[in-house]
Design a protein around this ligand. Structure first.
Ligand SMILES: C[S@@+](CC[C@H](N)C(=O)[O-])C[C@H]1O[C@@H](n2cnc3c(N)ncnc32)[C@H](O)[C@@H]1O
Length: 242
């Protein structure tokens, strides 16, 4: 039976990719993905055929992967982090629809919330909310409502897609919304290029975060009301008495 693997490759480095993801890529005849992600794995699988599409061509990429699998080739569609977190997993399922072929196997990966949190310390040890600041597919009003609700409920918050070339000021706008409810000195963190060249973290206040430039390879963390610095680590306690 023809098969399509949808693979979360983790943040980028081999050590943060699961053994199951590695096995799927070794089994695949063709590996497909956005150019940046394909470049992260290309050298590790030199005998494979690679297909890339532009960042905004997600549906084209998924259809190509389904068509290759349908034609009898084992295909692996790769996503950074986890394919079910702002990745291609849902779109692949929607495009295949109610049919049973090709078989789809979804392989989870380490999402940026987890890999970035571990670099910063332990900011997500209690309840947290994840919000993407990309308004390409989601109206900004919805993003604003979710940010407001997460701040109101005292969630630690992880922000994906904090900026891109077309929307350089989304993080500043998000911080302004959060600052309606949260104090300027609320502890925050940035994890940039996790598992890739140029990996970097920064811990800073929400007031400073508002004016800090970020790019599309950053994941941003907003602490909850209990988040504190322990040494150089950003920590949200679970509540144990120590
Ligand atoms: C379209 S989302 C993809 C998320 C991905 N599926 C995941 O689970 O991590 C892209 C956003 O994920 C975050 N991200 C993904 N990989 C990252 C990395 N290696 N370092 C920092 N942030 C990353 C950034 O916020 C980026 O703008």
């Amino acid at each position: 039976m023809s098969k399509l693997y949808v693979v979360g490759i983790g943040p980028g480095d081999q050590e943060n990719m699961t053994l199951r993801a590695d096995r799927a890529l070794r089994e695949a005849d063709v590996i497909l993905g956005y150019q940046v992600y394909v470049d992260l794995v290309r050298e590790r699988y030199p005998d494979k055929e690679f297909r890339t599409t532009l960042m905004t061509k997600e549906a084209e990429r998924c259809r190509m992967a389904l068509d290759l699998a349908q034609a009898g080739r084992t295909a692996a569609l790769i996503c950074s982090g986890d394919s079910g977190v702002y990745g291609m997993a849902a779109l692949v399922c929607e495009l295949r629809g109610e049919t049973i072929e090709p078989e789809i196997e979804l392989i989870p990966g380490l999402t940026a919330a987890c890999s970035g949190a571990a670099l910063l310390g332990a900011p997500l040890t209690h309840d947290f909310a994840v919000v993407s600041l990309s308004d390409r597919l989601t109206p900004w009003e919805t993003i604003e409502r979710r940010l407001t609700a997460a701040a109101d409920a005292d969630f630690a918050i992880v922000l994906y897609n904090p900026a891109s070339r077309g929307r350089p000021d989304h993080l500043r706008r998000a911080c302004e919304i959060l600052l309606r409810q949260l104090p300027e000195d609320r502890l925050c963190g940035i994890a940039q290029n996790i598992g890739r060249a140029g990996e970097r973290t920064e811990i800073l206040s929400l007031g400073r975060l508002k004016d800090t430039p970020v790019d599309m390879f950053c994941t941003v963390f907003i602490g909850n009301s209990t988040t504190k610095l322990v040494g150089d680590r950003l920590v949200t306690p679970r509540g144990y008495h120590v």
